[in-house]
Write a protein that binds this ligand. Structure first.
Ligand code: FES
Ligand code: FES
Length: 183
């Protein structure tokens, strides 16, 4: 796993104005407003993992291939290893840590647990964030072909795709149940 080396980041001060060479960026992460001065080259995944210590978002390839780093920006799945933190000014970011409601897992997380949709678990946060995005775009009744096609951007090194697909299908249906119950 590789991270580009970055300079230490400093919290924004009330006086305003980023430190020389840094850019102030503010966003909402998992419902909490955060702000920091970052190097312009700082990747969103670096910011999330190294500054905010949200290490549930993983880095597998660093080149937008594997999907381990998928998070949501304004409700849409995005690969955070190729997103600049400064491009997220004002954005609403959700990471895997923001899906559960307290001790209650998100239906998609629960489905991965129930269907053993993981082996080592490295790809799992990205798989789940992508799966939730798929449901939001394609609905809660997903067939296997659709799930496999939509998960093309998420790679599992353990090749556990059979259970992952089953988990996404069940999680999608459960999300439908949650949504209907809430309506
Ligand atoms: Fe982002 Fe692999 S680490 S796609
Ligand atoms: Fe190991 Fe997917 S469960 S990489």
């Amino acid at each position: 796993m590789f991270f580009r080396k970055s300079q230490p980041e400093t919290q924004a001060t009330a006086q305003g104005g980023a430190a020389p060479g840094l850019v102030r960026v503010g966003m909402t992460v998992n419902g909490k407003a955060v702000s920091a001065d970052v190097e312009p080259r700082t990747l969103l995944v670096q910011y999330l993992r190294e500054s905010l210590r949200l290490t549930g978002t993983h880095v597998g390839c660093d080149t937008s291939q594997c999907g381990a780093c998928v998070i949501h920006i304004d409700g849409k799945a995005v690969k955070s290893c190729t997103t600049l933190a400064v491009s997220c000014e004002g954005a609403n970011v959700t990471t895997i840590e923001g899906l559960a409601q307290g001790a209650q897992l998100h239906p998609m997380q629960e489905a991965f647990r129930e269907h053993h949709g993981l082996q080592c678990g490295f790809c799992t946060p990205g798989m789940i964030m992508s799966a939730v995005d798929i449901v939001q775009r394609k609905g809660t009744q997903l067939d296997e072909a659709t799930i496999r096609h939509e998960l093309e951007g998420n790679l599992c090194r353990c090749t556990g795709y059979h259970n992952i697909v089953a988990a996404v299908k069940a999680g999608a249906a459960a999300m439908g149940g949650v949504r209907q119950a809430a309506e």
